[in-house]
Design a protein around this ligand. Sequence first.
Ligand code: SF4
Length: 377
Amino acid sequence: MNRVSNPARYVLFEINRSLENVDNARGHFLKKSFYDLSYSDLQAIASRNNLNGTTASVLFNWHYKKKEIAQCHDRISKSAAAFFAQKFDFALPEIDVVYQSKKDRAVKFLFKLKDGYKVETVLIPFNNKYSICLSSQVGCAMNCSFCFTGKQGFKRNLTTSEIVGQFLNAWRWLATNRPGEERILNIVFMGQGEPLHNFDAVKKACEIFLSQHGTSIGMQKITVSTAGYIPGLERWSRETPGVNLALSLHSPFEEKRNELIPINKKYPLDEVLDFIDKIPLHKKQFVTYEYILIKDFNDTPDDAEKLGAILAGKSAYINLIPFNSFPDSQYRPPDWDKVEKFKAVLDTFKIPTLIREAKGDDVLAACGQLNSAAIGW
Ligand code: SF4
């Protein structure tokens, strides 16, 4: 007898199925994600539960170095396999949509999280290799006026597993769709969100990326960008293991910067710069200062002179980024001759300066263009 011919049994079947789904979902949400664990967390768990001493290194190697999805049950003891299957969730954020630039080889991913929220991640190509631009929050509370993410407001912080998961699934997408190109050499926290506003999750994600047992990415290959959130910088100076720092500077004048980055009213640029100056740097390490050039707003020789004056003598590197338009943006990209003149002024201060070429702007993947609300949270 089929279900349709027996409506009562069919209703019962559907109820049971729904309850099963709820149970599965509950289990999924209650279990801690494996990808929230640093290597030292994993070692501590293995030791506390009397699991074989090699369990942590085997698991980290399998999931982060080999980047395998399936659990490696046959490579660890049966008791360890049973323990991790019962206690931990191995799911990662799912790729919902992939946008591939026709202009260059940039790729933007829209990731769907367990609670339905969505975030974007970008692979930025250079010579058949990639940098990855990771998001740290769903939306952003900073409300910068030149940034499409700022327009969508703040929903929540991402977990470490949701940050690490962007990297792992972008890598897998490359391995499947561009075999031989699965080389992500740099990680920049410049996607959606203010990373230092989600300090703990970002710090742990950095620890996971740096671990020699896993992806083993060098400190000099990871950059965390901030709008100048001093409470996060305070923790950064004490706790973060030597990865690079970038400051979204965008104007050397407090009034203009207030308009671009509202938290400048609370944490003014001169205090932020003083704070950054006190952070110890490694030999040959520098702080990157990001400067978005906006037509007839901050692209004059006066702006360049003042910028050069406040950064001269620091271990500084300037990225000049011609503004990338987004729907309803109030600003416009600068004329090219103004960009070149701006750089020429900075060159007189002998500060290394790069004009950054926009990548993926045809799919709204360039700097300042991310907005997962525009296509549904
Ligand atoms: S520029 Fe960065 S800090 Fe500012 S709103 Fe955009 S994502 Fe947030």
